[in-house]
Design a protein around this ligand. Structure first.
Ligand SMILES: *Cc1c(COP(=O)(O)O)cnc(C)c1O
Length: 428
């Protein structure tokens, strides 16, 4: 499969190069040249396929012959080692729980998939690849875990000091081996800008790639969730509306890719916190990136969502067509807390702040009786322990995979500007 840059200045490239480069030379992100719908027969009989088989069907055209079939199947099996249940929360709303993986965030799937692709593509090369990743919270932990021990790959994670939760910080600063954490004096966008600058810096000669959702190998496997949800809900015979708590808009964009592959989805709601660049764009057609604001759903504190350009591409940059399948609403922290309380009171379900924003999006959309709403529960409540325990009368039990890292010692290098990152990369 070939990929083109959305800035249309760099030449087309292979899946392999798109994964290894991350971002095209013209700074555009990559997009697949073709999207061929899956057979109707497959979609109609989806409940007869295992998750691994579904994932293979969904992704194989985007990998092409660049990874042998058996290897790709292995990569998928290693990636999907946990469940993706839809849990009923109210009569017509379910929570698609994406947090049963090793770091309890949905990003585990993309990170693990990408790590294995990159390791495969880099085998036999003498030179190591450096993965640079900016995180607003959950990416760091998922990437650290997914890439831990990957041969020939060093990982450098940049995170905004004081703006990720204690557990998130532990997950990305305690693993050691091929993982290094840089604690940046700034917000997420500063981290993201530093990563982007490094990619353009000709004095840095080592091979750099990104493990943010701009990387096609991190972004595309997120399609799987939407198929897994549909597989579970098909028997309800309702039209499905997905509400995706969105920050960089990679997850929801993957959902729209699944729809393009033929998955029956009625509508997508991109639910955001007060970082409302996309909701505003849908209102007035003007895309105005902003500096991100800190919220209680910090994994979505993004002022200039990097994947939104892919969503526009999927709709040929036509705002009206986009709006016919896609809405986006923004919610305050206060509204989020009120909703967390209400969900808990009515159903006993403990939603994390991101999930609650997703729930709010479904309410704003206003489901009709033929529709079933699914909000993506993108992180386990324990990842946002302070907010959850402050807001709800609950004590969240610490699951074993979290307990394991909590007692480990944080190791991070302080960075206050791009020069610090550069110095680190040059001496490493
Ligand atoms: C990353 C993340 C999001 C946002 O996902 P995008 O693909 O960047 O839109 C939402 N919730 C949680 C918990 C996350 O970690």
């Amino acid at each position: 499969m070939n990929y083109y840059s959305l800035h249309h200045k760099s030449p087309k490239t292979t899946f392999k190069n798109a994964v290894v480069e991350g971002l095209a030379k013209d700074r555009g992100i990559y997009f697949p040249e073709n999207i061929t719908p899956l057979s109707k027969d497959f979609i109609e009989n989806i409940e007869n396929y295992s998750n691994n088989e579904i994932a293979y069907e969904a992704i194989k055209q985007f990998v092409g012959n660049e990874i042998p079939t058996e290897k790709l199947k292995d990569i998928i099996a290693n990636t999907l080692s946990f469940d993706f249940p839809v849990v009923s929360v109210s009569e017509n709303i379910g929570s698609l729980e994406l947090f049963h993986g090793p770091t309890m965030a949905f990003k585990d799937v993309g990170a693990k998939f990408m790590a294995q692709c990159l390791e495969y593509f880099n085998q036999g090369n003498k030179e190591e690849v450096t993965v640079l990743v900016a995180t607003s919270g959950d990416t760091g932990g998922a990437v650290a875990n997914g890439f831990l021990g990957a041969k020939g790959i060093n990982v450098v994670i940049l995170y905004p000091s004081g703006k990720v939760s204690d557990i998130q910080e532990k997950q990305l600063t305690t693993l050691g081996q091929n993982i290094t954490a840089l604690e940046v004096d700034g917000v997420f966008d500063d981290c993201q800008d530093m990563v982007k600058t490094a990619f353009l810096d000709e004095e840095i000669t080592k091979t750099l790639t990104s493990a943010n959702s701009i990387n096609v190998a991190r972004w595309l496997p997120q399609m799987f969730y939407f198929f897994f949800a549909y597989k579970q809900l098909k028997k309800l015979n309702k039209e499905i509306v997905f509400s995706v708590p969105s920050g960089n808009f990679g997850n929801i964009c993957a959902g729209i890719m699944a729809q393009k592959l033929g998955l029956p989805v009625k509508h997508f709601v991109a639910s955001t916190n007060v970082n409302d660049t996309v909701p505003n764009f849908l209102k007035d057609g003007i895309y105005t990136p902003k500096k991100s604001k800190a919220t209680i759903s910090n994994a979505m504190d993004v002022g200039n969502p990097s994947n939104f350009i892919r969503i526009r591409e999927l709709f040929n940059n036509d705002l009206e067509t986009l709006k016919s399948t896609f809405s986006s609403f923004s919610f305050s922290d206060d509204a989020t807390r009120v909703k967390m309380k209400e969900i808990y009171k009515n159903s006993g379900y403990v939603a994390d702040p991101h999930g609650a924003v997703g729930y709010l999006g479904l309410e704003e959309y206003n489901l009709n009786e033929n529709e079933y709403g699914v909000f993506l529960e993108t992180a386990h409540p324990v990842k946002f322990l302070d907010v959850v325990e402050e807001t709800l009368p609950v004590t969240v039990a610490i699951p074993p995979q979290i307990q394991k890292v909590i007692d480990n010692k944080k190791v991070a290098i302080k960075a206050s500007s791009y020069e610090d990152l550069k110095a680190f990369l040059l001496k490493e």
